[in-house]
Write a protein that binds this ligand. Structure first.
Ligand SMILES: *Cc1c(COP(=O)(O)O)cnc(C)c1O
Length: 433
């Protein structure tokens, strides 16, 4: 697999470099030069396989011989060890449950695969240091995905008082190769410290540093697997629309990769909260990134989606070609809460706020387009991850899965630092000298 940068078509680098670097030096995004098409006959064979087998075939198709087949197979089988079931709410309305991984969010797919690929590529006898700033879900998935992976040390920076108590537990109770640092500042401050570390000659000379942020191409690839797996669970796959609750648009971009590999996806619908820069773009052709606003679907509070240019590039970089393939709608918190109630009353199904936004997108698209085939919307987090909101909206008590509930008894260990790069650097050098 070879990649270029969205800012330089002539760049031609190996998958290994894209994984370890995350971002090209020109600040573009890595894109594959080729996305091999799986022909119809092979696709039908593929859709008869198990989720794990199918995931391996899809990975092999796009990654090619950048990772030897046997090793790639082991990586996929280890990473994708939980299901992604399709639940029918009513005829032709399906919910794709992506929350069955260890941290109960769909980010487990990306983090588990990326950690193992990085482990394969890291230089022998040398430690790899993965730095990541988190506002919530990403940190937990990365911590769990990299936990106990030999030769990799993970440092997670989180903003004081701005992640939920259970999210914080997911970062601070593992120990071993996972270190958590509470920064007396905001998420942007955490991110800025990570960025400075990557520019610090002294550090990058001495340590092999990498990042686990969402634009890493190795986080996107495994997210294409569950699109294939969703169609595997349908009888008729000729007319399928996916509705994706979107923030940074990694999930939707992975769907486009699946489509380019030959999966017959008719159309995509992006559903957002009031952070609606992409719905605005689809409406009028102008892309105006701006500061994000806080909502109850906070994993989608993104004002400058990092995968926007990938999505645009995959559809030929014009507004017309993008909007032919992608519809987009935005919903308020009020509408989201009503949808959560409606789904509970009508189907007895408990949904989290992100999934509820997607459900609204599904209804609106059906109404606007008259689409009659299967519409699959994604549930990206288990409702208990957003327990406070879900319980107050539905006026019920919800059950917390054991792997989340057991966290509350565990002891937290983390380092407290000021919002100061030099303080972070001194801590880092002292710890890993
Ligand atoms: C990260 C996240 C999203 C948004 O996914 P993108 O790939 O950034 O568009 C949606 N829902 C949940 C629960 C998330 O954690």
């Amino acid at each position: 697999m070879h990649l270029y940068s969205t800012k330089n078509k002539n760049l031609n680098i190996e998958f290994e470099e894209a994984v370890l670097r995350s971002l090209p030096q020109d600040n573009g995004l890595y894109m594959p030069h080729e996305i091999p098409l799986i022909n119809k006959k092979d696709l039908l064979v593929l859709l008869d396989k198990s989720f794990e087998e199918l995931s391996f075939e899809v990975a092999k198709n796009i990654i090619g011989d950048s990772i030897p087949e046997e090793i790639l197979k082991a990586i996929v089988l280890e990473a994708i060890n939980f299901p992604a079931p399709l639940v029918m709410l009513e005829e032709n309305i399906y919910c794709l449950e992506l929350f069955h991984g260890p941290t109960l969010a769909f980010k487990d797919f990306g983090a588990r695969f990326m950690s193992r690929v990085m482990n394969y590529y890291k230089r022998e006898n040398e430690k790899l240091f993965v730095l990541v700033a988190t506002s919530g879900d990403t940190g937990g998935a990365v911590a769990s995905g990299f936990y106990n992976v030999e030769g990799i040390e993970v440092v997670i920076l989180f903003p004081k008082g701005k992640v939920s108590p259970l999210q914080q537990k997911q970062l601070t109770t593992l120990g071993k190769n996972i270190s958590a640092i509470e920064i007396d500042g905001t998420f942007d401050d955490c991110q800025s410290i990570v960025k400075q570390a990557f520019l610090d000659e002294e550090l990058i000379h001495k340590y092999q540093l990498s990042s686990a942020n969402s634009i890493n191409i190795s986080r996107l690839i495994p997210q294409s697997f569950y699109y294939f797996n969703a169609l595997r669970q349908l009888e008729d796959i000729s007319d399928v629309v996916f509705v994706v609750p979107s923030g940074n648009f990694g999930n939707l971009t992975a769907g486009i990769l699946a489509q380019k590999m030959g999966l017959p996806i008719k159309h995509f619908v992006a559903a957002t909260n009031i952070n609606d820069v992409v719905p605005e773009y689809i409406k009028n052709g102008h892309y105006n990134p701006r500061q994000s606003e806080q909502t109850i679907s906070n994993a989608m509070d993104v004002g400058n989606p990092s995968n926007f240019y990938r999505m645009e590039t995959l559809y030929g970089s014009t507004w017309n070609t993008v909007k032919e393939n992608v519809s987009a709608y935005a919903f308020t918190d009020g509408e989201t809460k009503n949808a959560m109630k409606e789904i509970h009353d009508k189907y007895g199904y408990i949904i989290d706020p992100h999934g509820a936004v997607a459900y609204l997108g599904a209804l609106k698209y059906k109404l606007d387009s008259g689409h009659n085939g299967p519409t699959i919307f994604m549930e990206t987090a288990h409702p208990s991850k957003f327990m406070e909101t879900v319980e107050s909206v539905l006026n019920i008590k919800i059950e917390i899965p054991e792997r989340l509930a057991s966290l509350s008894e565990k002891n937290e260990t983390f380092t407290i630092l000021h919002n100061d790069y030099n303080e972070f650097k001194n801590w880092f050098i002292k710890k890993y000298h």
